[in-house]
Design a protein around this ligand. Structure first.
Ligand code: MTE
Length: 322
């Protein structure tokens, strides 16, 4: 018999979303129900034509759906932050409906030995396809979800680009397309949206590029066709609809830091001991649980991934806000 040792981020049954609030079905059934498995199919409510390569994916047994209770699909795709399509949580789903993120070219640029411009599906195939991982997600606004992502480990893309030793950071940029992204016609943020990681963070096993959710291509509002997922950091680090991966020597200026330098930093590691200047980060509202007000749970250091990522931050004062 195979006995799996629970990982640190697996929460005790008592604190997770109540059964009634989510839908947890074996993935194969889920895919069958949706009539999926066909790469290139038009999917869900939004007609997505983005990155379809690699589906159906296989669960990575190190990050199984059985360890965490995934948030219902409907919540994940209808409660979004994607300012390119509006600042209200419900807007992106509606406003991004007609947007067609294809064809999609990804650029590998900067201090690399292998600069490239590559179509997203070709990129996925070149990197050996996709896998599924269930990760916790904690927004800086003190709400959380659990999301079954499909995609690939970011370190594979880093290896493909083959950065030179001078490359210390990875800067990632969202598409700039004010014609089709109505939010970019407003000054709600400094466009295009930019995020970054230290190269060691980008190479960490947990850093992931998502191309899907719940076994199907990622909906437009969640960042089609590919977005960053770094589960130990606040959600705003998860830059969506990336067109450029640029390897640079200096720490890039990330969008939310540019917007509000007193409130949002570059590291943005989840830390329940350090409050946001305007609210506590000690606990979080679980989306989809507990009615209108939502059930709350305690926030974990590094969002529960402390054992995995703490070695990255030796010597860093984690009580300091940035
Ligand atoms: N990426 C872009 N390009 N634009 C955005 O507005 N919002 C960020 C992040 N990535 C954002 C973005 C924030 S604040 C969060 S919490 C997550 O995306 C939300 O991801 P979700 O909508 O898939 O839950």
């Amino acid at each position: 018999m195979l006995i799996r040792t629970p990982k640190d981020w697996e929460l005790p049954e008592s604190v997770v979303t109540p059964e009634s609030a989510y839908e947890l079905r074996p993935r194969r059934d889920f895919i069958k129900t949706l009539g999926l498995g066909l790469a290139g199919a038009a999917l869900g409510g939004n007609n997505i034509l983005a990155a379809t390569a690699g589906f159906p994916s296989k669960e990575n047994p190190a990050y199984p759906a059985s360890a965490l209770k995934p948030t219902a699909y409907e919540h994940i795709i209808s409660y979004n932050n994607f300012y390119e399509f509006g600042t209200d949580k419900a807007e992106p789903k509606d406003q991004a409906k007609k947007w067609k993120p294809e064809p999609w070219t990804v650029e590998l640029a900067g201090l690399v030995r292998n600069p490239a411009k590559i179509e997203v599906n070709d990129l996925i195939n070149k990197l050996g396809g996709i896998e599924q991982r269930v990760y916790r997600m904690r927004c800086v606004e003190a709400w959380s979800m659990v999301i079954p992502w499909d995609g690939f480990q970011l370190s594979k893309l880093v290896a493909l680009a083959d950065p030179k030793p001078e490359a210390k950071f990875l800067k990632m940029t969202t598409l700039l397309d004010p014609k089709n992204m109505p939010g970019q016609r407003e000054r709600s943020l400094d466009w295009p949206y930019v995020e970054g990681l230290h190269i060691d963070e980008a190479n960490h096993e947990l850093a992931f590029i998502a191309t899907g959710i719940y076994g199907k291509p990622i909906p437009n509002q969640n960042g089609a066709p590919l977005r960053l997922v770094v589960p130990w950091k606040y959600g705003f680090k998860g830059v969506k609809s990336i067109v450029k991966f640029e390897f640079v020597a200096e720490q890039p200026l990330n969008t939310w830091h540019v917007m509000q330098s007193r409130e949002y930093g570059f590291l943005a590691n989840v830390n329940p001991m350090v409050d946001h200047p305007r609210w506590s980060q000690a606990s979080e509202r679980i989306i989809g649980a507990g009615g209108v007000l939502g059930a709350r749970q305690k926030t974990l250091m590094f969002n529960g991934y402390e054992k995995q990522v703490a070695p990255l931050y030796q010597g860093v004062d984690l009580r300091k806000y940035f």
